[in-house]
Write a protein that binds this ligand. Structure first.
Ligand code: 5AD
Ligand code: SF4
Length: 454
């Protein structure tokens, strides 16, 4: 014995991909494979990939090329490309680029053990069919994170935003049954997990018979009140009053909503097929803030969509000023073959895109900084996640509003504990402070802001 083949896996892109990699490892473990984090010892190298922007794909191509030296040393090493790039580029990765032995799309992971086996025998393989029903509902993911777990509750996307490749790489929307998700959360709770993030490209479209996403969130929140519940991503078109109400009602559903707006210009929103306008979005934000006091909001922005004028760009800047998001993920538009926007051309010159993106980033950083400065002197509930990356003397955790907090270690505090931290310093991305109280169990008030000195 001790003969099990070793897998090394790298994951790029969104949280859905991180969750998918755990599903892949769950499948492979069942077939006798073990996991290694030392690439030079691997018998199988898997790369779970992202196609959302050109840049992400180029990074992976570079990475795959660098694996060829391991292959030289160990000719029967199997290299596999998984995820969105596998779906998009299909056999090109094998035939033209010769970068992979197997290519497996997001709905075909059950075939992976067979494909890897065939590859050991010298047969390259490809499986990229999309499914209308696959949710991997019965697969137990191999989780490697400490106290926080992801659960994919729906897969695919039917929105067809004109810039986005996801509807083509991940296929149609489909949901997992509510009962089985609740059972999984019960199991995670009994295993000591303290945080669960419900994932979907578009969680508001979750549906199981008569149950919608608000019903799911409510059922999951009742499993264990000491467990924080997060979810992503929400679409501004489908954010129902019932869902907002549900977030407000449950103390352990985090006061944090990621709500991508993409642009502040109605003309661009229309061209993007986002199906809402600026007015709808602002009204939604008003309603959310009124119903969930202290809620933190983040968004996604794209700079330089086809035909975007200086006027359109200014509308995006003014929307950022009007909403004052806690944070944002900001991107330069990247044309993706096969999407509707691709046919619109890519007429905003790169230097204009870069300049607009810089203006957006600068403004948003200033806003995030100001919001975080306002937390100095305040006491916040933090779930301790682990050691700070920068220093072994410090813990890192998050507020329920999803802000990272760094604070000195305390001997009776461990990852998974809840503590109250008084904030004494802040920048645009991180809060710093000191523990003032150890809770261990979660505080059951809705607002994470426990008290204030001023
Ligand atoms: N170019 C730039 N950004 C994109 N996104 C999706 N497609 C593209 C693209 N073609 C961004 C959107 C989305 C986030 C996940 O990625 O802002 O919300
Ligand atoms: Fe892409 Fe739009 Fe679907 Fe999000 S909602 S995955 S941006 S098509």
């Amino acid at each position: 014995m001790g003969e099990s083949k070793r897998i090394y896996i790298e994951t790029y892109g969104c949280q859905m991909n991180l969750a998918d990699s755990e599903i892949v490892l769950g499948i492979m473990k069942k077939h006798g494979y073990s996991l290694t984090d030392d690439i030079s010892k691997a018998d199988v190298i898997l790369v779970n990939t992202c196609s959302v922007r050109e840049h992400a794909e180029q990074r992976v191509i570079g990475r795959l090329s660098s694996f060829l030296r391991y292959k030289k040393r160990k000719p029967d090493l199997v290299i596999g490309v998984l995820g969105c790039m596998a779906e998009r580029l299909k056999k090109r990765l094998i035939e033209e680029e010769n970068l992979a032995d197997i290519v497996v799309g997001p709905d075909e992971y059950r075939k992976l053990p067979q494909l890897v086996n065939d590859a050991f025998a010298g047969h390259k393989g490809i499986a990229v069919k999309l499914s209308k029903v696959e949710t991997y509902d019965d697969i137990t993911p191999l989780r490697t994170e400490g106290i926080s777990a992801w659960i994919t509750v729906m897969r695919g996307c039917d929105k067809f935003c004109t810039f986005c490749v996801v509807p083509f790489t991940r296929g149609r929307e489909r949901s997992r049954p509510l009962d089985s998700i609740v059972k999984e959360v019960e199991m995670l709770s009994s295993q000591g997990y303290r945080e669960v993030t419900l994932l979907g490209q578009n969680v508001n479209s979750y549906r199981d018979g008569n149950y919608d996403f608000a019903d799911l969130l409510s059922a999951v929140a009742q499993v264990d009140r000491n467990m924080r519940i997060r979810f992503t991503t929400s679409h501004p078109k489908d954010m129902s009053n019932k869902l907002i109400q549900t977030i407000a009602e449950h103390p352990n559903i985090c006061n944090y909503i990621h709500l991508p707006v993409q642009s502040g210009s109605d003309r661009i929103l229309e061209l993007m097929n986002r199906t809402y306008d600026r007015k709808h979005y602002l009204e939604l934000v008003r309603k959310i803030r009124e119903t969930i006091p202290g809620v933190s909001l983040s968004t996604d922005i794209i700079a330089g969509f086809p035909t975007e004028t200086e006027e359109d760009h200014k509308m995006t800047l003014s929307l950022l000023e009007e909403v004052r998001f806690d944070g944002a993920f900001m991107f330069k538009y990247s044309p993706r073959e096969g999407t509707k926007a691709y046919a619109m051309g890519d007429d905003v010159p790169d230097e204009v895109k870069v300049r607009r993106l810089m203006e957006i980033i600068e403004l948003q950083q200033k806003i995030s900084y100001e919001i975080n400065q306002g937390l100095i002197g305040k006491e916040v509930e933090v779930l301790v996640e682990g050691e700070s990356k920068r220093s072994s003397e410090q813990w890192m955790g998050r507020t329920d509003t999803n802000k990272v907090v760094i604070f000195p270690k305390h001997e009776s505090v461990k990852p998974g504990d809840y503590v109250i931290v008084r904030i004494n310093k802040a920048n645009s991305a991180t809060l710093f402070g000191d523990i003032v109280k150890i809770l261990h169990e979660k505080n059951l008030s809705k607002n994470s802001l426990v008290s204030s000195l001023n």
